[in-house]
Write a protein that binds this ligand. Structure first.
Ligand SMILES: Nc1nc2c(c(=O)[nH]1)N[C@H]1C(S)=C(S)[C@@H](COP(=O)(O)O)O[C@H]1N2
Ligand SMILES: [Mo]
Length: 253
């Protein structure tokens, strides 16, 4: 378990500068200074626990603002083959040699929560669904970005096909490496959100999320789960691996 203090420090270090910018802008508009914030929250700025609570509250508030600003019809910029970053960078919460290698023959995608047809899917069943390709930019909060090409099933088609409750608030993802993340339903239904079956890199390269990744060009990199083994629909916020450690939940890009 991380201490509150290190969580708070990590929070400030890892919180995307982009999101801080949005917060600063909103604060300035309301003329709310750090001093005023400490009065409102009843904490001295020496009190790490209280600061942590205020930052978490700000982050939840920030989620709501971002959700309101999200335009479900606005498309992320797409690029050409010539723009593709090669080799595409690998990232995970562990070192590259530890990336899971999943045997396609034994793979199944589990479904749970507010979904009518909960039968799991094999890779070849997923392959039979309509597929599109997309070249978009991936932005990681660790300070790098890259352009990659992903192909797969439009996620809104898949959600509709499995009888997901499209009025529910959240879609959550569990991964074979114990990673997890979750997104809001309107992002799940965005036309560029893909259930990826074709990845960057050389044929047979599995580290980018084989056999299933969810590619969401309107979200930061950490909200794009690789090696997905279960998808669930819920009305309570499932959080996620980095989200629970303080990354802003919404994290639009
Ligand atoms: N299963 C899983 N998915 C994950 C991660 C992870 O550690 N495990 N890391 C996230 C982060 S922080 C980034 S930047 C991207 C990296 O994806 P890439 O290896 O395709 O570049 O995966 C995201 N999805
Ligand atoms: Mo990332």
């Amino acid at each position: 378990m991380k201490s509150e203090k290190s969580r708070s420090v990590q929070f400030r270090k890892e919180f995307g500068p982009k999101i801080e910018k949005i917060e600063r802008r909103l604060f300035l508009k309301r003329g709310l200074t750090l001093g005023a914030m400490s009065m409102l929250s009843g904490c001295t700025l020496k009190d790490n626990d209280a600061i942590d609570r205020v930052l978490w509250a700000m982050s939840r508030w920030n989620d709501r603002i971002q959700e309101k600003l999200f335009n479900p019809n606005k498309l992320a910029k797409t690029y050409t083959e010539a723009d593709i970053t090669d080799p595409f960078p690998f990232n995970a919460y562990y070192e590259e040699p530890l990336a899971p290698v999943i045997d396609a023959n034994f793979y199944s995608l589990g479904l749970s929560g507010l979904i009518k047809n909960k039968q799991s899917w094999t890779l070849s069943q997923l392959r039979e669904l309509p597929q599109i390709q997309q070249i978009t930019q991936h932005i990681c909060v660790e300070g790098w970005s890259a352009i990659g090409k992903w192909g797969g099933v439009p996620f809104n088609f898949f959600l509709d096909k499995i009888g997901a409750d499209l009025t529910a608030k959240y879609v959550g993802f569990k991964c074979s490496d114990n990673y997890s993340t979750s997104i809001d339903m309107s992002t799940a239904l965005h036309p560029q959100t893909l259930l990826v079956l074709d990845f960057p890199g050389k044929p047979g390269e599995t580290k980018y999320g084989f056999p299933v990744k969810i590619r969401i060009p309107t979200k930061l990199g950490f909200k794009n789960p690789k090696f997905v083994t279960e998808i669930f629909v819920s009305n309570s916020n499932p959080g996620g691996y980095w989200e629970d450690k303080g990354y802003n939940w919404y994290s639009g890009s």
